[in-house]
Design a protein around this ligand. Structure first.
Ligand SMILES: *Cc1c(COP(=O)(O)O)cnc(C)c1O
Length: 389
């Protein structure tokens, strides 16, 4: 047995080299004692907006709250419908439902895991107000097609870029294309913070102003409320520490992309790329980065084909095998929105690709600080698994 261990993610190996800068930032806030909003937040927002090439960035309490705030700023609520992919992290659909609007689940591409424009267009009704494309695993959704659909039907677009800080679509940063972009700094994201926080971006001056008020209970001026918001503020401490990591985000994403390229090259002889026509004969399918996308590889996600009625899933077997070899692996995500219990009251959504992906996906370690020895250990373990299966 090899002694190499490969966790799914190691936040310490990234944060500890910055310890003295992080402590300085922490001490600065501790010393001045202004913990709510203030210069640390403004400075981080300006730097993040500049990095993304977007006019406004509003620091918020989480990626989930960025989504909720965007929907609130667009006055989306009861009676409205919002279309999102059925295959994503729960927050995308949860935020829609929390406004009182109805989430409508569209199917995704089996190649990119992202929202299918045709499926999206087919779900538009007179009640549809917005689309939330998710840039899943660090790769852009098909924004040209989706923006055209939105334009034709006068719909708003909120980009769920929680997994895609620094990724681009045809050279434009994600979060700078739709009416709003929503980011998360949850520790496992490419720009990982020290707890919960997030960012809302927009190029629209009026929407930015509205979002800033809504972030703070809709208050303007102090103790006067023309609208109802919430407490969606980012902590000054979080902003101060994120400002230390922000200048490194490209390097982090570059490291992930290098690891992804290494996997793609070295697993090519036991796997195949996804095909839109179906992959019944494949044992192992590698993820695909489209050439017009700058993929930042928040996840490197394999597919292990399993028929509809499979009793055991090859994906589960690979997960156990990897875990047994001291390799972290996780299923993002085992249940699509169209099968979630809390949405059982909604009209049934037909999302066969989402259903299939939920049975087939497995994400393996791709964090930037992985060593070649660790990458090789993962590759060997996967090759051994394929050889046995
Ligand atoms: C992480 C994530 C969110 C939520 O972000 P939090 O900061 O954890 O609230 C939303 N959408 C997607 C796709 C995510 O991956």
């Amino acid at each position: 047995m090899s002694t190499v261990k490969v966790p799914l993610l190691d936040v310490n190996i990234q944060n500890h080299p910055l310890a003295s800068e992080l402590r300085t930032a922490f001490d600065r806030v501790l010393d001045h004692g202004r913990f709510i909003l203030g210069d640390e937040v403004t400075d981080f927002e300006k730097a993040a907006a500049a990095e993304l090439g977007v006019k406004h960035a509003v620091g918020v309490s989480s990626g989930t709250d960025a989504l909720l705030l965007a929907l609130m700023a667009l006055d989306i609520g009861p009676g409205d419908e919002v279309i999102c992919p059925s295959f994503s992290f729960f927050a995308t659909a949860g935020a829609i439902a929390r406004t009182g609007a109805t989430p409508v689940f569209a199917d995704v591409s089996p190649v990119t895991f992202n929202l299918d424009p045709e499926a999206t267009a087919n779900l538009i009704t007179t009640k549809t107000k917005a689309i939330i494309p998710v840039h899943l695993y660090g790769q852009a959704a098909p924004m040209d097609e989706l923006m055209t659909i939105a334009h034709d039907h006068k719909l708003k677009v909120i980009e769920d870029a929680a997994q895609s800080f620094g990724a681009a679509y045809r050279s434009t940063a994600l979060g700078a294309i739709g009416d709003f972009g929503c980011f998360s700094f949850f520790p496992s994201k490419n720009l990982g913070g020290f707890g919960d926080s997030g960012l809302l971006t927009t190029n629209d001056d009026a929407l930015a102003t509205k979002a800033v008020y809504l972030r703070n209970h809709g208050m303007n001026p102090k103790y006067y409320h023309a609208m109802i918001g919430g407490n969606f503020r980012i902590d000054a401490l979080q902003a101060a520490m994120l400002s230390v990591k922000l200048p490194h985000h490209r390097q982090y994403s570059y490291g992930r992309a290098e690891n992804a390229a290494y996997y793609l090259k070295n697993l090519a002889d036991v796997a195949q790329p996804a095909s839109p026509e179906g992959d019944e004969d494949a044992k192992l399918i590698l993820p695909t980065a489209l050439t017009h996308n700058t993929h930042i590889w928040n996840q490197f996600t394999l597919r292990l084909p399993a028929p509809n009625d499979a009793e055991t899933l090859p994906r589960d077997a690979l997960k156990s095998w990897l875990n047994g070899n001291d390799i972290g692996a996780e299923i993002y995500y085992p249940v699509p929105f169209n099968q979630q219990e809390c949405f059982a009251h909604l009209p049934k959504a037909e999302c066969p690709v989402s259903d299939q992906l939920a049975r087939e996906v497995l994400s393996i370690p791709v964090y930037p600080e992985m060593t070649t020895e660790q990458l090789d250990h993962v590759i060997e373990a996967i090759k051994d698994f394929v050889a046995q299966s």
